[in-house]
Design a protein around this ligand. Structure first.
Ligand SMILES: Nc1ncnc2c1ncn2[C@@H]1O[C@H](COP(=O)(O)OP(=O)(O)OP(=O)(O)O)[C@@H](O)[C@H]1O
Length: 359
């Protein structure tokens, strides 16, 4: 168990790339607290695996330090870092039984037999592998094999951290939900620092208590799932989290109102001088904008998507397109309609970063 500090860390994969100022990871400083459940979330190519490999020791960063509980481990090889890793595909011994597979990391470190037995049983029960303990791994399906991999990653109580790299990729969709909940329960019980890499927001939001969102080699926000939803610090977070994502609209902002395509939109906070020359946008989640029976801003409805529990309308406001809630009972007369926003839920962004505003 450890607290992990990344201090002024950055990485470029070669001197030539560095000379061209191309960094897979841009300079960052952050702390992963002991016992935290983190998800590292972002689209393909944003630098998640690079960051995970720097923490595990597979990659030495171009710049900066990795500290485990205050000790500099930047140049320490993986096997000396006392971490466990779970990859996309099962890493197990086919010829061994499930029990032997789970016991292996403990046996390797000379843990007493009675302790091994108890720990293997505990982990097997938590992962619903209790009935398979004496079966040979070879005969099991992909799901069960990956469960063994997860178990091998979690079986040691003394690890600094467990790193998961898209661990549920091979798991049947119906089982994914269950395994995610199990991992969360295991985290609560075991009090181990866990870092879970994924590009899937549902996986990240259901597993983690802190979601670290990466974009283009940098961390754009680290926060609780509700913070990412309610107060995205970067337009990328607004757009990437949520389904549909946040509406981001070009605007002119002065005081407590924004102008979007010539239409005035009242804001819940006041904005003094915004950085001159910056790109100014407002962001509003579809859940906080809705079609009305009469009042509000005139828009053109392009389509309605019925998601069962909720309906979203895609509407056009001048040049901008946005998603808004279409409440039950709101009758549409042709494609012309009106929408209202909840002013308290509108955020203002300057060059993609949220501006706090005054109450
Ligand atoms: N060995 C390498 N040499 C040069 N560039 C690399 C190398 N590995 C990764 N990159 C580049 O670094 C950037 C970050 O890649 P990385 O694999 O960390 O992203 P990722 O978010 O994990 O993506 P994915 O989900 O596709 O694995 C990308 O632009 C990638 O092309």
């Amino acid at each position: 168990m450890a607290r992990i500090d990344l201090v002024d860390l950055a990485h470029s994969y070669s001197p030539a790339l560095q000379a061209a100022n191309i960094y897979a990871l841009k300079p960052m400083t952050m702390t992963w607290r002991q016992g935290g459940a983190y998800a590292l979330l972002g689209p393909s190519g944003c630098g998640k695996t690079t960051l995970l490999n720097i923490i595990s020791g597979l990659v030495v960063p171009t710049q900066g330090k990795v500290m485990f509980d205050g000790t500099d481990v930047t140049r320490l090889p993986t096997e000396k870092r006392n971490i466990a890793q779970v990859f996309q595909f099962p890493v197990i011994y086919d010829t061994m039984s499930v029990r032997q597979n789970l016991a292996f990391p403990l046996k390797n470190r000379g843990v007493p037999a009675a302790e091994i037995e108890a720990r293997v049983k505990e982990i097997a029960d938590l992962l619903d592998l209790g009935a398979e303990l004496d079966r040979r791994a070879r005969g099991l399906g992909a799901d069960a094999k990956q469960k063994i991999s997860l178990g091998r990653g979690l079986v040691r109580a003394d690890v600094a951290a467990v790193l998961f790299d898209e661990p549920l990729t091979v798991i049947d969709p119906a089982l994914k939900w269950e395994l995610r909940s199990k991992l969360k329960a295991l985290h609560r019980k075991l009090d181990i620092t866990m870092i879970y890499v994924t590009h899937d927001q549902t996986e990240a939001l259901t597993f983690a208590d802190t979601v670290v969102v990466m974009h283009d080699g940098g961390i754009v926000q680290a926060g609780r799932p509700d913070e990412l939803f309610e107060r995205p610090e970067h337009t990328f977070v607004g757009h990437f989290i949520g389904s549909p994502g946040m509406n981001i609209l070009k605007a002119d902002v002065a005081g407590r109102s924004a102008h979007v395509g010539g239409v005035a939109v009242p804001l819940g906070r006041g904005y003094g001088a915004l950085p001159s020359g910056a790109k100014i946008e407002i962001g509003i989640r579809p859940e906080y904008a809705r079609l009305t029976g009469g009042e509000g801003i005139a828009v053109k409805v392009e389509r309605i998507d019925d998601l069962g529990r909720i309906r979203f309308a895609k509407v056009r406001l001048g040049e901008a397109r946005l998603s808004v809630v279409a409440p039950p009972g709101v009758a549409l007369d042709g494609d012309a309609a009106r929408i209202v926003f909840d002013p308290a839920q509108i955020h203002v962004y300057a060059d993609s970063r949220r501006v706090a505003g005054e109450a």
